[in-house]
Design a protein around this ligand. Sequence first.
Ligand SMILES: Cc1cc2nc3c(=O)[nH]c(=O)nc-3n(C[C@H](O)[C@H](O)[C@H](O)COP(=O)(O)O)c2cc1C
Length: 185
Amino acid sequence: MKVIGLCASPRGENSNVKIALETALEAAAAKGAETELIDVAKLQIMGCQADNYCKAHDGKCAIDDDMQKVYKAIEEADGIILGTPIYFIDVTAQAKLVIDRMYSYFMHEPSQELFSKKTFSIITTNGASEEEVYMPQVKAQLQAFGMLGFQTGEIVTLSENNEPLAIKEKEDQLEKARKVGENII
Ligand SMILES: Cc1cc2nc3c(=O)[nH]c(=O)nc-3n(C[C@H](O)[C@H](O)[C@H](O)COP(=O)(O)O)c2cc1C
């Protein structure tokens, strides 16, 4: 059993959602999972070029960049947790780069079959927006993973985390993150 976290915040070690992901992964590890956190915001990942190379090449993307490592990690994982701050009432551009590149698997039956055994969940952090403002967008992104064949897990939103590392003092939010890690197993 392997659970990976994809961190789509550019803040690196100062990121609240990165701490939430680490907390979720620790909880998964405590239940026996092998875990890995990938800081996708620090990788070189191009946007999907819509060249449809993947459609003629068994779901393989033509772009030879760091997304190839992310594809491999997703294919090998049983549970995937995307961690993204909310930027202008949506996931970050860094998260969207990864999501769009998942198009290589779209309508690819062997991938659908592979992903049907995997669960995809999302943890978000934000400053002050009301949940109902950004939740439709986050739900739509999770739905995209459902279209790719994944079992759609949960969405957890962690608010009032504008200040770097603010979440460290919020045991209630860390507990919510922990539950995501436990539930994905
Ligand atoms: C470009 C940008 C746009 C943002 N837009 C929103 C927003 O629409 N709603 C909101 O509540 N917070 C917004 N925020 C605040 C971030 O969601 C918040 O600071 C987040 O916790 C930071 O990410 P972290 O988890 O990596 O620390 C925005 C921050 C930035 C930098």
